[in-house]
Structure formats: structure tokens, C-alpha cells
Design a protein around this ligand. Structure first.
Ligand SMILES: NC(=O)c1ccc[n+]([C@@H]2O[C@H](COP(=O)([O-])OP(=O)(O)OC[C@H]3O[C@@H](n4cnc5c(N)ncnc54)[C@H](O)[C@@H]3O)[C@@H](O)[C@H]2O)c1
Ligand SMILES: CC(C)[C@H](C(=O)O)[C@@H](O)C(=O)O
Ligand SMILES: [Mg+2]
Length: 406
């Protein structure tokens, strides 16, 4: 299941007078000289949403990697940068301007950095950067969020888990992204019978929402190691009881996939006890959010985890699973690899361009093999680099021979 591929180029004029991200940074010379670019035969339009905090830094380097990998495979991209999150709030007063959503809908794929930051933390809900992100996911109808967590041999020592527990971990979290407690109604603030303030949200899932995410997960499990673990809280929550019933019903369509069920509290524990037991995990919106952050640390850092958000049709949304990291923003310390690997997912799942995707995955492996590490994955004996340099090293490796995919 991949987002539909639209091959026609669209030239969309940005309605905002945006300062391009990091225009003060010199363009890496490797872009023009790394390898002979193939004559473009395919053209795609990409909406870039740098967002806030480290977002512009990681999007800047990823755009260059995507551009070079594409050009070596006969692909030409047109990029359109649009405001999103806190940056959009400052510019337009809303976290997801209509122009941003409509440009995103018209693109072939969307690459997002990250949104959010201290400045907007106390805003009312509808004026929070995070609300813009939820509106974007809802607007694009990207209900299936794929979050792969793979422990690369080069980074096994960066894992917080013991080497023998972490090594060989290769799992995929399939997170439902447009339903559940994030979107359920009623929600809001009120006053209870004792006169106390209350805040409330509703976890609600309809059959069709569970069935479609279950089918995506079964399809993915079928192409992996044939094992699907559905994570829920069916011992307590009605929404989870329906979830478990429907996932079990859909299992009859996939006799070749082995289905198991696990309560989320146990799953959180099992992920750090023996993560190799997991192949594909399917879970609801909030459990997927939490478990994917947990899984990221097994791989060494949250700065390593990419994601793809796909719907039944229309462009896919590709973003790292981490946030805007305001504690390191503007310091050239961010690890861009989660975003670079999200660009590989964009090529693979969003555009069906497997060769260009492999180039990027391979370039990341090559760069790690050469010992380059940002601070979050750094250990003794490696070369500590910043976000820009890491991006430039990946660029240098984009034209290396294709080795095994990640
Ligand atoms: N998809 C998104 O845009 C997204 C996701 C999560 C959080 N957020 C937002 O980001 C803001 C900060 O949230 P948070 O601090 O809870 O989570 P975070 O993921 O931004 O940061 C958590 C920790 O991980 C580190 N980190 C994250 N990404 C990194 C990278 N690429 N390289 C190196 N270190 C990295 C940060 O420095 C921080 O110490 C909040 O406003 C939150 O709502 C946005
Ligand atoms: C920022 C927030 C809305 C978002 C989520 O909860 O989905 C983030 O944590 C993520 O994982 O993408
Ligand atoms: Mg999250």
C-alpha cells in the first residue's frame, strides 16, 4: 500500500515571502560534482515544511541529499517551501495556513522537519504548532504511520540496551494516525460537580478505521517476517476491545501472518526486555506515539528514526519521529539522519523510486561506516560532527555503489 504517485509537475507559487531556510549556509559543492547526473526523465513536486527548532537545519541537509540521489536516478524535483507550526503562527497567525495544506495536497510528496517550541507552549489549543500537525495529518487523510526501528550494526554500541539485547533488532511500528484519543469527541475543558476544573479527551475508534490500519499492518508483516503483534489495552478500554476484535477478524484474510495480541503496558516492558521478539507492531495513535519513541532508543537515538504517513490516495507525508528539539536548535547539533532516512521512505513509499531510496539508505550506512557521528550517537573512537557536516558526508556517499539496503 503506497500513496498514489502523481507524475505531473506542478509549479505552485508560494503565497508568502519566505526567507529560504539557512540561506546563509554555503551550498555543498558536492551537489554539482559528486557524480554525473542522469538526464531527468521523471519530475516530482515536493512540499517542504521545515517548521521550528531544528526543523530548518535537518530539512536543509535532507533536501540536498534528496536532490542528488534523485538526479543520479534521472529524477528532478521541484521544491516548494511552506510555513507550518510555530513558524506559520508567527507569519500568518495560524499553525496550518490554508495555502500550506492546499500546496501539500497538490504535491507528489511532503517532507516535514518538526514543529513546536517553548514560545508557543502556552498558546490555546487551536493556536498550538502541534494542532497544525494534527490538522495536516487529518487534511491529508494519512491514517497509516510507519515507524521502522532498526539497530544498525554500526550503532549497536550507541543503544542504551546491552549489545546482545539490541543487536539485530528490526521492527516496524504501524501507528494509526488520524483517529483515537487525538481526534475523539467530546474533548475540552469543563467543571465537575465539585466545582473543580477538568480536562477530557475521548478514545474512539470505528470499525472501518481499525480494519484499514489492520490491513496495512498485515500487508507489511507479510512482506517482512510474517509476524504481527497488535498492541492494545483491551483488558480495560472499550475502544481497545473493539480494536482487538476487529484485528482478529481481519487476520482471517492473512492466514500466512501469525497474529498475537499484547497489552500496551506489557509491550512497553517487552520492548526493553527482549525487543527481537517483535517484527511488526500495529497499534492505536497514542500507544504508537509512545512506543515508537521508546523503540527509537534501542536503535541508539531518536535522531535515527524516520517515518512515512500514508493514506488511501494522495501524497504521503514523511517526517522524523522526533520533535523540534528546542534544547539544541540553532546550534548545528541535530542528527539529520532520521530526516534523511525519511526522504528515503518518501522515495520508496511515496514515489515508488526504490533505486534512489537505496542510494540514500546506502549513503547513510557508508557515512556511519566511515565513523561520522552527531553528538546523540557519538562514542569514543568516532568522529564527532555537526548537522551540516553529517549532511555533507552523506552527500559524498550518495553516489557510492549500492550495497545491501538497511
Ligand atoms: N513531529 C513533530 O514535529 C514533533 C514530534 C515530537 C515533538 N514535537 C514537539 O517538539 C517540541 C520538543 O518536544 P520534546 O522535547 O518532547 O521532544 P524532541 O523529540 O524534540 O526532543 C527530545 C530529546 O531528544 C533530542 N533530539 C530530538 N531530535 C534529535 C535529533 N535529530 N538529533 C539529536 N537530538 C535530538 C532533543 O535534543 C531532546 O533532548 C515540543 O514542542 C513538541 O510538541 C514535535
Ligand atoms: C507533536 C505531536 C502532535 C506528535 C504526535 O503526538 O503525534 C509527535 O509526538 C509525533 O510523534 O509525531
Ligand atoms: Mg511523538
Amino acid at each position: 500500500m503506497a500513496a498514489s504517485i502523481q507524475l505531473n509537475v506542478r509549479s505552485i507559487k508560494a503565497p508568502f515571502n519566505l526567507t529560504p531556510v539557512h540561506k546563509q549556509w554555503p551550498k555543498p559543492s558536492r551537489i554539482s560534482c559528486a557524480a554525473a547526473a542522469a538526464t531527468p526523465t521523471k519530475r516530482y513536486s515536493i512540499t517542504l515544511l521545515p517548521g521550528d527548532g531544528i526543523g530548518p537545519e535537518i530539512i536543509f541537509v535532507t533536501k540536498n541529499v534528496l536532490k542528488l540521489a534523485g538526479s543520479l536516478e534521472g529524477i528532478e524535483f521541484s521544491f516548494q517551501e511552506m510555513p507550518m507550526g510555530g513558524a506559520a503562527l508567527d507569519l500568518t497567525g495560524v499553525p496550518l495556513p490554508e495555502e500550506t495544506l492546499s500546496a501539500a495536497k497538490k504535491a507528489d510528496a511532503i517532507l516535514l522537519g518538526a514543529i513546536g517550541g517553548y514560545k508557543w507552549d502556552k498558546n490555546e489549543k487551536h493556536l498550538k504548532p502541534e494542532t497544525g500537525l494534527l490538522q495536516l495529518r487529518e487534511g491529508l487523510k494519512v491514517f497509516a504511520n510507519l515507524r521502522p526501528a532498526t539497530v544498525l550494526p554500526q550503532l549497536v554500541d550507541s543503544s542504551t540496551l546491552k549489545k546482545d539485547v539490541a543487536e539485530g533488532v528490526d521492527l516496524m511500528v504501524v501507528r494509526e494516525l488520524t483517529g483515537g484519543i487525538y481526534f475523539g469527541k467530546p474533548r475540552g475543558f469543563g467543571i465537575n460537580e465539585k466545582g473543580e476544573d477538568i480536562g477530557f479527551n475521548t478514545e474512539v475508534y470505528a470499525t472501518h478505521e481499525i480494519d484499514r490500519i489492520a490491513r496495512v499492518a498485515f500487508e507489511i508483516a507479510r512482506k517482512r517476517r510474517g509476524q504481527l503483534c497488535s498492541v492494545d489495552k483491551a483488558n480495560v478500554l472499550e475502544a481497545s476491545m473493539l480494536w482487538r476484535k476487529r484485528v482478529a477478524a481481519i487476520a482471517s484474510e492473512y492466514p500466512d501472518v501469525e497474529l498475537s495480541h499484547m497489552y500496551v503496558d506489557n509491550a512497553a516492558m517487552q520492548l526493553v526486555r527482549y525487543p527481537k521478539q517483535f517484527d511488526t507492531i500495529v497499534t492505536n495513535n497514542i500507544f504508537g506515539d509512545i512506543l515508537s519513541d521508546e523503540a527509537s532508543m534501542i536503535t541508539g537515538s531518536i535522531g535515527m528514526l524516520p517515518s512515512a504517513s500514508l493514506g488511501e490516495s494522495g501524497p504521503g507525508l514523511f517526517e522524523p519521529i522526533h520533535g523540534s528539539a528546542p534544547d539544541i536548535a540553532g546550534q548545528d547539533k541535530a542528527n539529520p539522519l532520521a530526516t534523511i532516512l525519511s526522504a528515503a521512505m518518501l522515495l520508496k513509499y511515496g514515489l515508488g523510486e526504490e533505486n534512489a531510496a537505496k542510494r540514500i539508505e546506502n549513503a547513510v550506512l557508508d557515512t556511519l561506516n566511515k565513523g561520522f557521528r552527531t553528538g546523540d550517537i557519538h562514542s569514543a573512537g568516532n568522529k564527532l560532527v555537526g548537522c551540516k557536516e553529517m549532511g555533507e558526508e552523506v552527500l559524498k556517499s550518495v553516489d557510492s555503489p549500492i550495497l545491501a539496503a538497511i
